[in-house]
Design a protein around this ligand. Structure first.
Ligand code: UGA
Length: 437
């Protein structure tokens, strides 16, 4: 099928390249000419495992091209994916200006029957607004234009895998021809057993927010349990295993630690809560999820203060700066929230991350950057694990001990076991587990 993908951010570029991989003829459009120049030169504008290779492979196969104008990209395309940003407004509600603008520009350039598919996370009701916008722009094509919702469930760092082996593909539409197009589009996946769920549009839109909010709720539940475990002497890892062994609960997303960050959960939960309120339903549970998440960083600050007393003139090493492993994304990364809090209180912070170092320093200029974990830990009064990159799990703790000033580890992601740190001679403050002092 002839597909356009509008917006080549994380969701857009993965959507464009994986649809090309499934055999479609795809053009990726972005209004940032620098991004398009980079992509045409074979460079992905951000790190995502395997993505740059896939993009270049698809370009070489002639199935993926890039454009920086709607006039070039849209005419002749049957399906247009909207993957533009939906950043939060100051109130927390989603800012949909980019969605509306793109919708208008797309409508002005379509040449025949076209399905506009929302891929960006948008509040329920957006498709209805979009449809009105399209028809206002092109009354001549009223019956030829439809809007569908096909929310993205990919995780950064696992984006290609999630797109090509999805748990489910969710499509919401009003018109039978829209469903037919989406069935045809995803046929290469459904023919291999992928689950396709068809709903009305509002259900699809709402399900996306509901999924992200539920995952965040699980994390906050684990973090609330962690506080309770710390006070009662219980071990949150074991508690999570017990909960997780009940198949009705499941073990995933019950890892207590520094909490969730990134561009999706914090923004989507706020937007979901704002949507609920605007529809006349208070959803205080979501505010509680956010409050517990903020408290996860507070808990780590408390542990560090407990171990070091005053933070002035203390040197603190942050291992991991990305909001999670496998990405160079530092947007709302708990590590950076922590760095700011520690720096405000007079500490010197030295960070190391296998991918996200430069991005982190751009956000927190007072953060010093090291090129290895051992260099980061040299002279440290405390080493804090902020992101659970695999390379930290196999650190030579004896070597680490030799370079630090005080042998103290605060483990914000519970990556070490007690024997490891005990043998190396560290005091150890995990999350929701008894400390080893
Ligand atoms: C999330 C969802 O998992 C995707 O399904 C969704 O498509 C995406 O948002 C989106 O809306 O675009 P992502 O933000 O890439 O994906 O990252 P996750 O792997 O979900 O992790 C989110 C945060 O939760 C990270 O900061 C991670 O460290 C934290 N987390 C995760 C925990 O603190 N504990 C856990 O047990 C799991």
């Amino acid at each position: 099928m002839r597909v356009a993908v509008v917006g080549t951010g994380h969701v857009g570029l993965v959507t464009a390249s994986t649809l090309a991989y499934l055999g479609h003829d795809v053009v990726g459009l972005d209004n940032d000419p620098d991004k398009i120049r980079l992509l045409k030169a074979g460079t992905a504008p951000f790190f995502e495992p395997g993505l740059e290779e896939l993009v270049n492979e698809m370009v070489a196969a002639g199935r993926l091209t890039f454009a920086d104008t709607v006039e070039e990209a849209i005419p002749g395309r049957e399906v247009v994916f909207l993957c533009v940003g939906t950043p939060p407004r100051a109130s927390g509600e989603a800012n949909l200006v980019a969605v509306e603008t793109a919708g208008r520009q797309i409508a002005a350039n379509v040449t025949g029957r076209t399905l506009l598919v929302e891929k960006s996370t948008v509040p329920a009701g957006t498709a209805r607004r979009l449809k009105t916008t399209l028809v206002r722009e092109r009354p001549d094509l009223q019956a030829e234009l439809a809007v569908a919702s096909n929310p993205e469930f990919l995780r950064e760092g696992k984006a290609i895998e999630d797109s090509l082996e999805p748990d489910r593909i969710l499509v919401g539409a009003d018109d039978e021809w829209a469903f037919e197009m989406l069935r045809a589009l995803y046929e290469p996946l459904t023919s291999k057993g992928a689950l396709l769920i068809e709903t009305d549009i509002a259900t699809a839109e709402l399900s996306k927010h509901a999924s992200n909010a539920f995952l965040a709720l699980k994390i906050s539940y684990a973090n609330a349990l962690a506080r309770l475990c710390e006070k009662s002497g219980a071990d949150v890892l074991a508690v999570a295993d017990v909960l997780g062994s009940d198949h009705r609960i499941g073990r995933a997303f019950l890892n207590a630690g520094l909490g969730y960050g990134g561009y999706c959960f914090p923004k989507d939960i706020q937007a979901f809560e704002r949507l609920a309120v605007s529809l006349g339903y208070d959803f205080p549970l979501l505010n509680e999820v956010v409050a517990i998440n903020n408290g996860a960083v507070d808990a780590v600050v408390e542990k560090i203060t407990d171990a070091l007393w005053n933070l002035e003139d203390k040197r603190i090493t942050l291992l991991g700066l990305a909001f999670k492993p496998g990405t160079d994304d530092v947007r709302l990364a708990p590590a950076l929230v922590l760095a700011n809090r520690l720096i405000e209180r007079g500490a010197t912070c030295v960070g190391y991350d296998p991918q996200a170092g430069e991005a982190a320093v751009a956000e927190v200029p007072a953060l010093a950057l090291a090129s290895t974990p051992y260099e980061a830990a040299r002279g440290a009064h405390c080493v804090v694990v902020c992101t659970e990159w695999d390379e930290f799990k196999t650190l030579d703790l004896a070597k680490l001990k030799e370079v630090v000033e005080y042998p103290i580890i605060v483990d914000g992601r519970n990556i070490f076991d007690y024997d490891q740190v005990r043998e190396a001679g560290f005091s150890y403050y995990p999350t929701g587990r008894p400390p080893l002092v």
